[in-house]
Structure formats: C-alpha cells, structure tokens
Design a protein around this ligand. Structure first.
Ligand SMILES: Cc1ncc(C[n+]2csc(CCOP(=O)(O)OP(=O)(O)O)c2C)c(N)n1
Ligand SMILES: [Mg+2]
Length: 319
C-alpha cells in the first residue's frame, strides 16, 4: 500500500498528540494535582493512530482503562479531556468519569471501560446497530492481551462472527496484564490465532510500526464493510510506563524497557519520515511544538474549570 505524504504526516500527528498529552499528564499527576488513578499508554501509540486514521466520527471506538491514546487518536478535543482528568465540570463527562471512563460521543468515542473485556460486549451492540441500520460504518474495540482470557471476548467474538457484524478487534500485546507476564496466563504465542475458532481472520503484526497498523486496519475495514463480519488484529507492542502511575515495575526483567525504547514507535517513525524526506528535523520540531501548545492550552483550560457542584451528582441519572 502506498501512503501519501499527507497520510504519513497525519499518522505522525496522531501519535505525537497522544504522547505529548500523556507525558504532560504524568508530570501533573506526580505533582499531586490530579485526582484518581492513571493507566498510561506511551509506547502503544501506533496502535491507536494506525486504527483511528481510518475512522470517521460516525465510526465508533471502545477502549479500556488505558484509553487516552485511542480517544486522542480518534480526534477528541484535548481541553475537555484534560478537564475530565482534573475532575472538573468542563470535563467531557462533567468530571464524573475520570481517566478510566472517558467518552466523547461527538467523535465516536463511545467509552473507555475499567472492567477488563467489557468494552467488547458493548461494542457488539454498536456494530449490530450499524449493520441493522444498513450503514457502512464500523466499530473498533481496543483491548489488551489480558482481556482475551475473559468470557466477554469469546462471547462478543462468537456473536459478532455469527451475525457478521462490522467489528474490528484491536488487541495490544504489551506483554503484561497488570504485573502478570503474558506467558503466565496465555498458552499460545499469538492470540490472533483464536479468531480462527470463530471463522474470522486474525493477524499478528508489529504494533510499533504505525504504517503496518494502518495497512492492516485498511483490510479490516474493507472486510467489515463488505459484510464478512469481524476481523482481529494483534499488535505486538510495549507500555513504557507501569501498569498504573506509581507502579514500581519491579516485575520487569532488567534491560527490557531499554530494549523496547529503541523500538519506540514515534522515534522509529521520525527516522523513517526523515529518511524518506517527508519531513525535516525542523518540521518534526514544529509538529512537536504544536502538540505541546495544544496540550498546554488544555491544561490551562482544565485548571480554570470549576469543581462540579454537589447537585451535579443527581443529574443525568436515567434510572
Ligand atoms: C473484570 C476485571 N477483572 C480484573 C480487573 C483488574 N485489572 C485491571 S487491568 C487488568 C489487566 C489488564 O491487562 P490487559 O488486558 O493486557 O490490558 P493492559 O493493562 O495491559 O493494557 C486487570 C486484571 C478489572 N479491572 N476487571
Ligand atoms: Mg496487557
């Protein structure tokens, strides 16, 4: 697949926007200004970028407790996202959701979910509606390898395959489920092999290669749009931070992080784009600066937003 210069720059921007947002979030959180619990996805940036670059606001995504990157790559406004992390009234969920339950329906970000695997069952409903309403839209659901051991994964996959729903299963293999290494809870090398049990395609790719992700998701979207049912993509990648912010990470073998940092998807892509003369060092710096400016403005917005009133607790309750 030959990608245009615009597509390549778009992929880079989607990654750098995620990374800058999360790097800033790390600093603010460690300074004690941000409440709650944070799971960050630095290192896994290419998975979200390569997927969301194919999706419009009418296509849906569902993500996990580690979902900031997906939502940013999908195009959500950073100001209400940052305000949400601060627990403020101008947050995308009025400060009620926090990091693990972000949603931004206007851009098709239907929800993050702190319950491992559950996004898949809800995504199934959206994919059903897309098919029932005869749209050409698709749903992508992001999850980690830990979630492939849940009943939700198998139930959602079986139903999506049986009803031929336009559901893309995007699995980020970051080598751990909390602190448990993959080989201690998964008996096979490639979890995408499980898709065969449901008669669906399942492919394993380098999740740090954003163009590879983009190319594979193009096939998945086409497959879904032609009514053939779900498609699973397993992306081998790594999280640079701990399971949560503050995790001492003493379960990681020595040198593992350093090895993976050499394969940082952003660093690799900067090198590639420069080699192909798509961008210069100066342009890279400009793109990084633009992302930083957007994030800084989001932080200012969040800090200025008021705390929600207590009465807010009783609004938007449907049952
Ligand atoms: C149903 C359920 N069981 C257990 C947990 C506790 N828990 C939170 S994250 C996590 C591991 C998830 O691993 P993975 O799916 O690989 O995602 P990652 O954190 O690596 O992105 C677990 C077990 C939970 N949140 N929900
Ligand atoms: Mg994992």
């Amino acid at each position: 697949m030959k990608l245009s210069k615009d597509t390549k720059i778009d992929l880079y921007k989607r990654m750098i926007r995620q990374r800058t947002f999360e790097d800033e979030t790390t600093k603010i959180f460690s300074g004690g200004e941000m409440p709650g619990f944070l799971h960050l996805s630095q290192g896994e940036d290419a998975v979200a970028a390569g997927t969301c670059a194919h999706l419009s606001n009418e296509d849906a995504i569902y993500t996990t407790h580690r979902g900031h990157g997906c939502i940013i790559a999908k195009g959500a406004d950073l100001k209400p996202m940052m305000a949400e992390l601060f627990g403020r009234i101008d947050g995308c969920c009025k400060g009620r959701a926090g990091s693990m339950h972000f949603a931004d329906v206007s851009t098709g970000c239907m929800g993050s979910n702190g319950i491992v695997g559950e996004g898949m069952r809800i995504a199934l409903g959206t994919a059903f509606a897309q098919k029932y309403n005869k749209t050409k839209n698709v749903t992508a659901v992001f999850f980690g390898e830990g979630a492939t051991g849940t009943g939700a994964f198998h139930e959602a996959f079986n139903m999506a395959a049986t009803l031929k729903l336009p559901l893309i299963f995007m699995c980020s293999i970051n080598l751990y489920a909390q602190m448990t290494p993959k080989e201690d809870h998964i008996a096979i090398e490639n979890v995408a092999d499980r898709a065969a049990a449901y008669g669906a395609p399942g492919v394993t790719i380098d999740g740090n290669d954003v163009e590879k992700v983009y190319e594979e998701v193009a096939k998945a979207v086409k497959h879904c749009q032609s009514g053939k049912g779900p498609y699973m993509i397993e992306c081998k990648t790594y999280r640079h931070h701990g399971h949560f912010e503050g995790d001492p990470c003493n379960y990681r073998p020595e040198g593992e992080l350093e090895q993976w940092k050499k394969k940082d998807p952003i660093v690799l892509y900067e090198k590639k784009l420069k080699k192909e003369k798509i961008v210069s060092d100066k342009q890279i710096q400009q793109l990084r600066d633009a992302a930083q400016k957007e994030v800084d403005e989001a932080v200012t917005f969040a800090r200025q937003s008021p705390q929600p009133d207590v009465e807010e607790l009783y609004k938007d309750i449907l049952a």
